[in-house]
Design a protein around this ligand. Structure first.
Ligand code: MEV
Length: 313
């Protein structure tokens, strides 16, 4: 099977509102972060070589024929080939990402989506977003057993999404582009660890956690309306409320609270952790004239890296 030289990318993401409760069927909203991306490149390999996959950030190379599908990169390659009904090509698939790992920005998901896009395009049969999303979901299950599906959806569709587990994803429009400052706590976040911990807490006190999940679901609905209307002040308040409920759920950390407090005190409209929490990143909604002050405050409060991104362009 011959392949074309092809390069495809995929964006990072941030969950604006609704992480964790989305695993329990409540709505959540997420947006792609187009300026930070994973890149996949396919080039033809020597005849008879099969498919080799280079994960450049990890300095790891695997041969598809010698790797089981518990390996995420082998799994996505196999899924793409099986979906297209084509034999393993003689090719090299190289992957690299500018997204920080274990930070809540969807680094692993973006690499998987970029790989699926590039491999299918190199075989002359580019897969549509819904198929890339569905195949990526299968890979997400390796990382944690009960993914909601929001990460693969927002990254594969590359659109703002309103997501309810089990329902068709809805994309929506951003009325007024807005600036987010993303700040890293420098602490690695484990999605599986924090999702499992929330599950244990929920099993032990379901009625209490169901109320928290309901409140967060209501916040996600209101946040979608705020984004669609350009009501950024309201969106900031919803970020703050959502962070408080995530803290009650036990997925914030002292360092994440310090960062969100520092952002608010420096004039952010609102701030919250994003993703699975217990490490990783916070997002702060910031008007352009406050960006420098909020960035400085975040760095003083211990942020190990910050990214300023404009959402909705
Ligand atoms: C992780 O980015 C988001 C979580 O809600 C998990 C999930 O939705 O699968 C924590």
């Amino acid at each position: 099977m011959s392949v074309d030289i092809v390069e495809r990318t995929a964006p990072g993401k941030v969950i604006l509102c609704g992480e964790h409760s989305v695993v329990y069927g409540r709505p959540a909203i997420a947006v792609p972060v187009g300026t930070l991306r994973a890149t996949a490149r396919v080039v033809p390999g020597p005849v008879g070589s099969g498919l080799h996959i280079h994960a450049l950030d990890l300095n790891q190379t695997i041969a598809l024929s010698a790797t089981g599908t518990s390996h995420p990169l082998a799994k996505i390659a196999r899924l793409v080939l099986d979906t297209l009904g084509v034999p393993e090509p003689d090719a090299v698939l190289s992957l690299i990402s500018d997204l920080p790992v274990a930070s809540g920005m969807g680094s692993g998901t973006a690499v998987t989506v970029a790989a699926a896009r590039a491999l299918s395009a190199s075989l002359g049969r580019p897969l549509p977003p819904e198929t890339v999303s569905a195949l990526t979901y299968e890979v997400e299950k390796i990382h944690h057993g009960t993914p909601s599906g929001i990460d693969n959806t927002v990254i594969a569709y590359e659109q703002p999404v309103f997501f309810v587990r089990g329902a068709a994803p809805e994309t929506f429009r951003i009325h007024t582009p807005f600036h987010l400052l993303i700040a890293s706590s420098g602490i690695a976040a484990s999605t599986v660890g924090s999702v499992t911990e929330v599950r244990h807490r929920w099993e032990a006190a379901q009625s209490y956690y169901n109320v928290i999940f309901d409140c967060i679901g209501a916040i996600a609905l209101a946040a979608r309306a705020a984004v669609e209307q350009g009501a950024l002040g309201a969106l900031g308040v919803l970020f703050n409320e959502n962070h408080g409920l995530l803290a009650k759920m036990g997925v914030s950390l002292y360092q994440l609270d310090l960062l969100t407090d520092a952002a608010r005190e420096a004039g952010a409209l609102g701030a919250k952790l994003t993703g699975s929490g217990q490490g990783g990143n916070i997002i702060a909604l910031v008007e352009p004239e406050r960006l420098d002050a909020v960035r400085l405050a975040l760095t003083s409060a211990g942020a190990t890296a910050t990214w300023s991104v404009l959402i909705g362009t």
